[in-house]
Design a binder for this molecule. Structure first.
Ligand code: PMP
Length: 309
């Protein structure tokens, strides 16, 4: 059994987790009318500090997702960061954590729509390690499911209902013996992993699908693009990627808050490059860990300390 959180941010305050309950008719439960975020807090043992990674970017994206669903949310990014810090301090975490904010349509009514309903905010946090168990050597498959389109359930928003698609992709991949899956757009270009952005390396150039190929605008993706350019001096190109480029690329990796930087070494039983984690992926993984744990002062502005010193 997973350990449940001790507390939740619910109805405007921190309450014991057991008291944070919603009614059966809650709109979001029936129609998927909620938006969520996924942040990480990284524990720095030497400093005795818990750092939330890029909370301003995460909460800006959450509010943008809410905007797409016509939700009227009065909280600012700074309010949301404040609530999150209060929650993490109440929990007293001294380990890596995952933080889940959820803005959901809370009305207990029948009727599918977005207007005239009331958004509510909840936040919980749980201790969290690796997400893709095999993160230096993942085996993936091309999913037979297609990525949603901006004109269906917009993937630019992190919309709860849309994650039924993710669940289909992930379960089919895992039950077929793979660690993860790559998902194509309706027109056949590489879009993402199930809940990760994707990068390939060809001849030393880092290539990733553009934000108009129905991806979630990942914050880890943005981080990796900047680190690759500034720290490794790599050329990074955002352009559509064909399926067969995956079979001939030198390296392939997935990025996400949960997956961090996950090296993919086989796709549909074909080895990527030499069939083991490549040097650019290894360097980016290392750099990313230094950044999120506060070891590189240049990127300290991405970290929000939780505990007072
Ligand atoms: N794509 C999807 C569909 C996701 O759910 C996630 C995880 N939030 C990502 C990409 C990666 O985004 P981020 O780096 O902001 O976590």
């Amino acid at each position: 059994m997973p350990t449940l959180p001790k507390f939740a941010f619910f109805q405007g305050r921190i309450v014991p987790y057991d008291e944070a309950k919603i009614g059966l008719l809650t709109h979001a439960l029936h129609y998927g009318t909620a938006v969520f975020g996924g942040l990480r807090g990284y524990w720095n043992e030497e400093e005795g500090q818990l750092y939330i990674f890029r909370p301003r970017d995460h909460y800006k994206r959450l509010l943008n997702s809410a905007k797409i669903l016509r939700m009227q949310v009065d909280y600012t990014v700074e309010d949301l960061i404040g609530f999150t810090k209060d929650l993490l301090r109440a929990e007293g975490h001294r380990t890596d954590v995952y933080i889940r904010p959820l803005l959901y349509l809370s009305d207990e009514v029948i009727g599918v729509r977005l207007h005239g309903l009331t958004p509510a905010l909840a936040i919980v946090s749980v201790p969290f390690g690796t997400y893709v168990a095999n993160d230096t050597n993942a085996h993936v498959t091309f999913s037979s499911w297609r990525r949603l389109d901006d004109n269906m359930i917009p993937p630019r928003g992190k919309i709860s209902g849309a994650y039924v698609g993710t669940a289909l992709v992930k379960s089919d991949a895992e039950l077929a013996g793979f660690d993860e899956a790559l998902v194509l757009t309706e027109d056949g270009h590489l879009s993402e992993g199930s809940a990760e952005n994707v990068f390939i390396v060809r001849d030393g150039v880092l290539i990733t699908p553009p934000i108009t190929d129905n991806i979630l605008e990942g914050i880890t993706r943005r981080t990796i693009i900047q680190l690759a350019r500034e720290e490794l001096g790599l050329e990074v190109v955002e352009r559509p990627i064909d399926r067969t480029e995956v079979f001939i690329c030198d390296e392939l990796f997935l990025t996400g808050t949960a997956a961090q930087v996950t090296a993919v070494t086989r796709v549909d039983h074909r080895p990527i490059g030499e069939g083991k984690m490549g040097p650019i992926t290894a360097q980016l993984r290392e750099l990313f860990q230094q950044v999120v744990r506060g070891k590189l002062p240049k990127y300290h502005h991405w970290l929000e300390p939780v505990y007072e010193k």
